[in-house]
Design a protein. Structure first.
Length: 114
């Protein structure tokens, strides 16, 4: 299951759901929650956070916060429909491998860091 951060565009969330992925939106659970609270919620429920907020990298790598998986979407200058397709491809191609890793989805490709 996926936990969509508040900054994730609705078009990406809708596309993930249409592709059959279960998505929980943090905005529906705790609007305005800080990034550390988002990570805690995701860890407690085993959810992969999908976000456009690069602060999650700082929380994980600089501050050592636990996570159940983070997918950081850094696709610039790309139409929302193309961004959504790329995020779906990442979940379809890597599936269970996305748990407990940090993934950056960028224009230049996908980087997975354990």
């Amino acid at each position: 299951m996926i936990l969509a951060d508040e900054n994730l565009p609705a078009s990406i969330i809708a596309a993930l759901e249409s592709a059959g992925f279960a998505v929980v939106q943090i905005a529906d659970l705790d609007a305005g929650a800080g990034d550390d609270a988002v990570l805690r919620y995701a860890v407690q429920r085993g959810l992969i956070v999908v976000t456009q907020d690069k602060d999650f990298g700082d929380l994980v790598y600089q501050q050592g916060h636990r996570h159940a998986g983070v997918v950081l979407v850094r696709l610039r200058g790309m139409p929302f429909a193309d961004k959504a397709r790329r995020v779906i491809e990442v979940f379809e191609e890597h599936g269970e491998r996305l748990h407990h890793v940090f993934v950056v989805v960028a224009n230049s490709g996908v980087r997975i860091r354990e």
